[in-house]
Design a binder for this molecule. Structure first.
Ligand SMILES: N[C@@H](CCC(=O)N[C@@H](CS)C(=O)NCC(=O)O)C(=O)O
Length: 215
C-alpha cells in the first residue's frame, strides 16, 4: 500500500518535483488518476474538484487533497520526521520557499511554458513547432538560465548550501532544458547548471525519476 497518489503524468516537470520530494522523505507513492476507488478524468468536474485550475500534480492522501507543486513539496518536507529537505530556521526556510516559488513561476515560465513546450505541444502550421516563436522567446529563456547560474555560482544548491525542496521544484525543469540541442540550446557546455544536474543524478533514485521516458 502506497502512502500517497500523485495525480498526473510522469512526463510533467512538476509531477517529477513531487516524486523527488517523496523520494527524499521516504513517502511511497503511485502516479495515477484514481482517488478513493474512482477514476478522475483529466479536465472533468472531478478534476476541478481536486485542483482549482484542473492541472497536475495533485497530492491525494486519503481525504487530504493538495494542489500546487510548491505547497505539496513543502508539505511533504514538513511531514518528514527528520526534516531533511527543509530548514528549521525560519529565515532559511523562507529563502527555500522563495526559490521554490521562483522555480515554479518565472523559471518554469521562461524555460518550459514559453520555450521548450513548443516542441512537445506545437502551435505551428500542420502541427509543427513554431521555431520562430521559440527564437522570439529564447532571450527570455536565456535570461532565466543566467539567473539560475548566478545563484548556483554562489551556492551549491539553489536556496543555499543544503539540498532542499526548492531544488526538487527546479531540477526537472533544468534537466529537461539540457535536452535542447544546437540552435535551441540554452545551456552552454561550461554552464554550472550541467554540474548541478549531474551531481543530482548521482543521488539514489533521482536518475530513475528524471530519465524516465514512459508516460
Ligand atoms: N503552478 C502549478 C503549475 C502546474 C502545471 O502547470 N502543470 C501542467 C503540467 S507540467 C499542467 O497541468 N498543464 C495542463 C494545463 O495547464 O491545463 C504547480 O506548480 O503545480
Amino acid at each position: 500500500m502506497t502512502d500517497v497518489t500523485i495525480y498526473g503524468q510522469q512526463f510533467s516537470n512538476f509531477v517529477r518535483s513531487v516524486e523527488l520530494a517523496c523520494l527524499f522523505t521516504d513517502v511511497t507513492y503511485q502516479i495515477g488518476h484514481q482517488h478513493q476507488g474512482k477514476d478522475i478524468e483529466w479536465k472533468s468536474e472531478q478534476h476541478l474538484a481536486i485542483h482549482p485550475f484542473s492541472r497536475m500534480p495533485v497530492l491525494l492522501q486519503g481525504d487530504f487533497v493538495l494542489a500546487e507543486s510548491v505547497a505539496i513539496c513543502q508539505y511533504l518536507a514538513l511531514q518528514d520526521p527528520q526534516q531533511r529537505i527543509i530548514a528549521d530556521d525560519p529565515q532559511q526556510q523562507a529563502v527555500q520557499l522563495q526559490w521554490a516559488l521562483l522555480a515554479a513561476k518565472e523559471i518554469d515560465r521562461g524555460i518550459i511554458r514559453r520555450y521548450l513546450l513548443e516542441l512537445v505541444m506545437p502551435t505551428g502550421e500542420n502541427g509543427k513547432p513554431d521555431f520562430a516563436r521559440m527564437m522570439r522567446n529564447k532571450p527570455d529563456a536565456l535570461a532565466v538560465v543566467a539567473v539560475v547560474e548566478r545563484q548556483l555560482s554562489k551556492h551549491k544548491y539553489i536556496a543555499g548550501d543544503s539540498l532542499s525542496f526548492a531544488d526538487f521544484i527546479l531540477l526537472p525543469t533544468l534537466h529537461y532544458s539540457l535536452r535542447l540541442q544546437n540552435d535551441l540550446s540554452i545551456v552552454t557546455p561550461q554552464s554550472i547548471i550541467r554540474d548541478y544536474v549531474a551531481s543530482a543524478l548521482t543521488l539514489p533514485g533521482v536518475a530513475d525519476i528524471l530519465n524516465y521516458e514512459g508516460l
